[in-house]
Ligand binder design. Structure first.
Ligand code: PMP
Ligand code: G9A
Length: 417
C-alpha cells in the first residue's frame, strides 16, 4: 500500500514556502541566460589563492586534525576572538569573544531568531520590501507579519508608530523588528543615522528586539559608513547578524551573531538541536583569512569590482530604459530596485523576459503580503560586464514591448470592457 505521507506532515511542514530566488537559481544554468536574479557574489571575488594559502597554513601548523573534528556549538574560539576585534574596531560594536557565536550562514541566525522569539500567532515587524530568505524563515514559525514601508531614510517611522499603536489597542505586542539597514537586499537603500537612533528609541518604548541583518555594509562604494544599530545599543536590544558570504565565499556557509548572553544562550540550544556546530574546517580557513590580514585587502578588491558593475548597470539603465521608470542608486552592496509604471505587472512580463534570456526577481516576492507588482530587483554583482550591458538592453526591449501593448490595450480596450 502506498503511504499517504501528506496526512502525517506537521502543520509547520505544510506552511514551508519555496523561495522565488532559490527556484530562479536554476535559471542561471540555462545557456545564454543573463541572470540578474540570484543575489550571488561574483566568482571572481572569491580569493582562491588566498584560500589555498590559508588551507596550507592549517596543515603546516598541524591544525588539520582539529579542523576535521566536531567543534563547539558556539564556534571556533580564535575565530570568535578575531571577529570580536574586527567588530570593535570597524563597527564600534562593544563586544568580546563571548558575545559572538558562529552560525551556518546568516540564514541560520535568522531561523534562530524565528525559533527563539516566535510562537504561533505572535507578531513580528519588518520593513518592506524585505529579504526573501528572512520572510521564509519567519513564515515557517506560524507568526503574523506587519509590514512597515521603507522611505528615503530607510524606514517610515510614522507608519511604524501608527502600526504599533493600532496593534497595542488590540493587545498585540510585536516580538521583533527585522531590518537590513545598510545597502538593503532588495532595495539597495540605507537607513539614516537619525532613523537608526529613533528606531532604537521606539524599540525601547514598545519593548521589542531589533534583528539587524548586516551582510553588505563592508561593500561600501561611496559616502561615509553609517554606524551599525548594534553599535548604538547599550541595553542588549539588538541582535546583530552578519556573514562571510559576501566578503569571503558563501560556499563556506559561515555567519555570526552578536547579542546579549541571554539571547545567545537560547540560540546555542537551538543550534545544538539543529546541527551541533558550524562547519569546523571553514571556520579554520576564515580564521587564517582574518588573522593573516587578507580580509581588508580582499574587501577593497570586491568593492572595486562591484562598484564598476553597479556603474555599468546604472549607465545601461539610463541609456536603454524608456522614460517613466524609477530606480535606486545604491552606494554599496549588490542590488538595484526598479519601479515601473503602475500598469506594468512584472509577474506577467517575466516569461517574456526569460524568452529574451534575461531574468530578474519579481518585486512581489519581497512583500510578505504580496502586491507591488510593478517592481523588480536586479543584482549587479554576478554577471560579467558585457552581460550586464546586454541583459539591460534585452530587459529594456521587454519593458518597451510591454508598455506599447498596455498603451494599445488602454487606448483600444476589447469590446465589453
Ligand atoms: N540576509 C540577507 C539580507 C541576505 O541577502 C542573505 C544572502 N543573500 C542572507 C541573509 C543569508 O546569507 P548567508 O549566505 O550568510 O546565509
Ligand atoms: O538564496 C541564495 O542563494 C542567497 C541569495 C539571496 C538573494 O538573492 O537575495
Amino acid at each position: 500500500m502506498v503511504v499517504n505521507i501528506e496526512r502525517l506532515f506537521s502543520k509547520r511542514a505544510n506552511r514551508l514556502r519555496s523561495s522565488e530566488i532559490r527556484e530562479l537559481l536554476k535559471v542561471t544554468q540555462i545557456p545564454g541566460m543573463v541572470s540578474f536574479a540570484g543575489g550571488l557574489p561574483n566568482p571572481l571575488a572569491f580569493p582562491v589563492d588566498v584560500i589555498h594559502e590559508c588551507i596550507e597554513k592549517i596543515f603546516k601548523k598541524g591544525d588539520i586534525r582539529e579542523a576535521l573534528q566536531y567543534g563547539t556549538t558556539e564556534g571556533l574560539t580564535q575565530l570568535r576572538g578575531v571577529l570580536a576585534e574586527r567588530m570593535k574596531n570597524k563597527k564600534h560594536i562593544d563586544c568580546e569573544m563571548h558575545n559572538i557565536i558562529i552560525t551556518s550562514g546568516a540564514q541560520q541566525a535568522l531561523s534562530f531568531a524565528a525559533l527563539c522569539f516566535l510562537d504561533p500567532g505572535d507578531t513580528y515587524l519588518t520593513s518592506v520590501p524585505a529579504y526573501l530568505g528572512a520572510i521564509q524563515a519567519f513564515h515557517a514559525l506560524e507568526a503574523n507579519c506587519e509590514s512597515i514601508p521603507m522611505n528615503e531614510e530607510g524606514i517610515d517611522l510614522d507608519s511604524l508608530r501608527r502600526n504599533l499603536e493600532r496593534l497595542r489597542r488590540t493587545g498585540v505586542y510585536p516580538k521583533f523588528l527585522y531590518t537590513v539597514p545598510t545597502f538593503q537586499n532588495p532595495s539597495g537603500e540605507t537607513m539614516s543615522i537619525g532613523h537608526r537612533k529613533e528606531l532604537l528609541n521606539i524599540a525601547s518604548q514598545y519593548d521589542f528586539v531589533i534583528v539587524e541583518d548586516d551582510p553588505y555594509s563592508e561593500l561600501v562604494f561611496e559616502g561615509k559608513e553609517i554606524p551599525a544599530i548594534k553599535s548604538l545599543d547599550k541595553k542588549g536590544r539588538v541582535i546583530y547578524i552578519s556573514t562571510f558570504s559576501k566578503i569571503l565565499a558563501p560556499g563556506f556557509r559561515l555567519g555570526w551573531v552578536i547579542a546579549s548572553k541571554e539571547i545567545l544562550d537560547k540560540f546555542i540550544l537551538a543550534k545544538q538541536a539543529m546541527d551541533l556546530c558550524t562547519n569546523v574546517f571553514s571556520q579554520y580557513v576564515a580564521y587564517e583569512y582574518i588573522n593573516g590580514g587578507y580580509l581588508d585587502k580582499q574587501v577593497e578588491n570586491i568593492k572595486e569590482l562591484y562598484k564598476r558593475k553597479r556603474d555599468i548597470m546604472l549607465d545601461s539603465i539610463k541609456k536603454y530604459f524608456p522614460p517613466g521608470i524609477k530606480w535606486t542608486i545604491p552606494k554599496g552592496g549588490m542590488f538595484i530596485w526598479i519601479t515601473l509604471p503602475k500598469n506594468i505587472d512584472t509577474r506577467l512580463m517575466f516569461q517574456k523576459a526569460l524568452a529574451k534570456k534575461v531574468a530578474y526577481v519579481l518585486g512581489e516576492a519581497f512583500y510578505p503580503e504580496g502586491g507591488n507588482y510593478n517592481s523588480m530587483r536586479l543584482n549587479f554583482s554576478y554577471s560579467d560586464d558585457d552581460s550586464i550591458r546586454e541583459g539591460i538592453k534585452r530587459l529594456a526591449e521587454v519593458i518597451k514591448q510591454e508598455l506599447s501593448t498596455k498603451f494599445q490595450q488602454d487606448a483600444f480596450p476589447p469590446e465589453g470592457v
